[in-house]
Design a protein around this ligand. Sequence first.
Ligand SMILES: O=P(O)(O)OC[C@H]1O[C@H](OP(=O)(O)OP(=O)(O)O)[C@H](O)[C@@H]1O
Ligand SMILES: Nc1nc2[nH]cnc2c(=O)[nH]1
Ligand SMILES: [Mg+2]
Length: 184
Amino acid sequence: MDPADMGDDLERVLLSEEQLHERLDEIAAQIDADYEGKDLLLVGVLKGAVMVMADLARRLHSSVQMDWMAVSSYGSGTKSSGVVRILKDLDADLTGRHVLIVEDIIDSGLTLSWLLSNLRSRGPATVEIATMLRKPEASKVDVDVRYVGFDIPNEFVVGYGLDYAEKYRNLPFVGTLAPHVYGA
Ligand SMILES: O=P(O)(O)OC[C@H]1O[C@H](OP(=O)(O)OP(=O)(O)O)[C@H](O)[C@@H]1O
Ligand SMILES: Nc1nc2[nH]cnc2c(=O)[nH]1
Ligand SMILES: [Mg+2]
């Protein structure tokens, strides 16, 4: 999808495709170094993390497996409901595994803190987190995030997996929406 095809829905491009990919090169190199000689299980959080999972995984030289969990707390709005629902659970048994949760964004941090305690209760060897984007609110939650692509301002963003009412996930960049789109 091209920015031009969004008409006046797009306010501005926050992170270009090039910026996202360059940062992923750096993060992938760090992950390869940190997990050298270990089997790694990447856990992608559907649906938002699809793009970052695909782009990160293909940069890794480590031995990795990929599994998916679908959770949702936002529905079709721009605010977290605070209630996290499992829509699809993992196929993999986490016992003794090195787990890396792959997220597109940490905003309120509610999804992640819930996910962390859920996955930790399944007996993994280690659980770490990689996220492409992180907003300032996330600092209020006591969660240690090992790999962060970009710290971004507190605006509702779309693209690179992130939706507004299920649209715009296929944008190759991260942008902000014009307020008229979500009725502000
Ligand atoms: O830090 P938080 O405030 O909890 O927000 C972050 C979560 O919100 C988004 O998922 P969403 O619930 O919109 O589901 P989706 O990935 O299917 O769009 C995003 O993918 C994160 O999982
Ligand atoms: N699309 C989108 N989903 C989110 N989920 C949590 N924060 C955001 C955001 O800024 N944009
Ligand atoms: Mg969403």
